[in-house]
Design a protein around this ligand. Structure first.
Ligand code: NAP
Ligand code: ZN
Length: 348
């Protein structure tokens, strides 16, 4: 079957309408009618081939909310009409130790990414959520609570889980002094989830104009990264920092914000970045990374957000405005996640 989509035909080209093929459902597949898809900075990195390995045409999109339109013969847990979410992965080996304990993102054979990946059986390039329909293995289509507001939930599937996972890994909660670097899609979720978990949250931003928004999102303090005096005064004041900056940068100014045994978790730039070992040694500080999160933990996050009514700040756009959204994302002018209303695709 064919489905309408928006695709990049080469690196950096504007996205354009394109009909793409979707496979007929296999026994364990679900066919999903997409209602909403969030716009992640990774989509921009990928269409530009910032990370190498891009295959075109490329349909980005890995923050997908939709409804089940059809199910394969062996699907038991989902039925037509169910609301579902799909994140950055659509399959994995489902047999290795990592898949076994719910960390499919670290599948020993490599998970199948939602787009710009390779289907495990056919070898076809996977295509993402900037489209009308998608077909995924049932294990990666997460059934949603009827209490969840579908129009505001899409960013939880990547921005949400990518920040929830390190918060949970490092047991963030009451008493945790949390720093969040960068107030964009990931950063604003880190602030909201940190606040919801009871942390004392400081936003570290390059944009003075975002201070009021950060406080409105629940942050307790705002630190301007270029204010050297304030940065020095805040030295050794944080237990955990989540760094969402999408470009390579010196990590040392943020490491210095950590108290003894504090942890800086990099989730933003996938690049080499300088870190000063002396700053690590003085205070036994640690720098680590984190990649999205597993399906079980994504379910946990979705249940938490439905119950606690923690939602991303979504700016709804028609798909025709995707290039403008990318341009604003590049200027750090996102408030705080674009979400494509897929009803607009009918007009494409
Ligand atoms: P975003 O919405 O564009 O937000 C990034 C924020 O970083 C900006 O709003 C800005 O905040 C700050 N920033 C600092 N320097 C910047 C620059 N040169 N250009 C743009 N922003 C800059 O991005 P996102 O969707 O949150 O994604 C952030 C990064 O995480 C991307 O590199 C993405 O690929 C990566 N990512 C990683 C994972 C993972 O699994 N680890 C998952 C999803 C995304 P201020 O104005 O407050 O400074
Ligand atoms: Zn993403």
């Amino acid at each position: 079957m064919h489905t309408p989509a928006y695709a990049a035909l080469s690196a950096g080209a504007p996205l354009q309408p394109l009909a793409i093929a979707r496979r007929a459902p296999r026994p364990h597949d679900v066919v999903i009618d997409i209602l909403y898809c969030g716009v992640c900075h990774s989509d921009l990195h990928q269409v530009r081939n910032d990370w190498g390995g891009a295959r075109y045409p490329m349909v980005p999109g890995h923050e997908i909310i939709g409804r089940v339109a059809a199910v394969g013969s062996a699907v038991a847990g989902l039925k037509v009409g169910d609301p579902v979410g799909v994140g950055c992965m659509v399959d994995s080996c489902q047999a290795c130790d990592q898949c076994g304990h719910g960390e499919e993102q670290f599948c020993r054979q490599g998970p199948t990414m939602t787009y710009n990946g390779r289907d495990r059986l056919s070898g076809e390039t996977t295509q993402g959520g900037y489209s009308r329909r998608i077909v995924v293995h049932e294990a990666f289509a997460i059934g949603l609570s009827p209490a969840l507001d579908l129009a505001r939930a899409a960013p939880l599937l990547c921005a949400g889980i990518t920040t929830w996972s390190p918060l949970r890994q490092h047991r963030a909660g009451p008493g945790t002094r949390l720093g969040v670097v960068g107030l964009g899609g990931l950063g604003h979720m880190a602030v909201k989830l940190g606040v919801a978990l009871g942390c004392e949250v400081t936003l570290v931003t390059g944009s003075a104009a975002k201070a009021d928004d950060a406080l409105a999102l629940g942050a307790h303090r705002v630190l301007l990264s270029r204010d050297a005096v304030a940065m020095k005064a805040a030295a050794a004041s944080m237990d955990l920092i989540i760094d969402t900056v999408p470009v390579a940068h010196d990590l040392d100014p943020y490491v210095r914000l950590l108290d003894v045994a504090g942890q800086l978790v990099v989730v933003g730039a996938l690049e080499s970045m300088p870190v000063n070992a002396a700053s690590l040694m003085r205070g036994r500080r640690q720098v680590s990374g984190s990649l999205i999160g597993g399906i079980a933990q994504t379910r946990e996050l979705l249940a938490f957000c439905a119950e606690r009514e923690v939602y991303p700040a979504c700016e709804s756009i028609p798909i025709q405005q995707i290039d403008e959204a990318f341009a604003r994302m590049e200027r750090a002018d996102v408030k705080y996640r674009f979400v494509i209303d897929m009803a607009s695709l009918a007009d494409a």
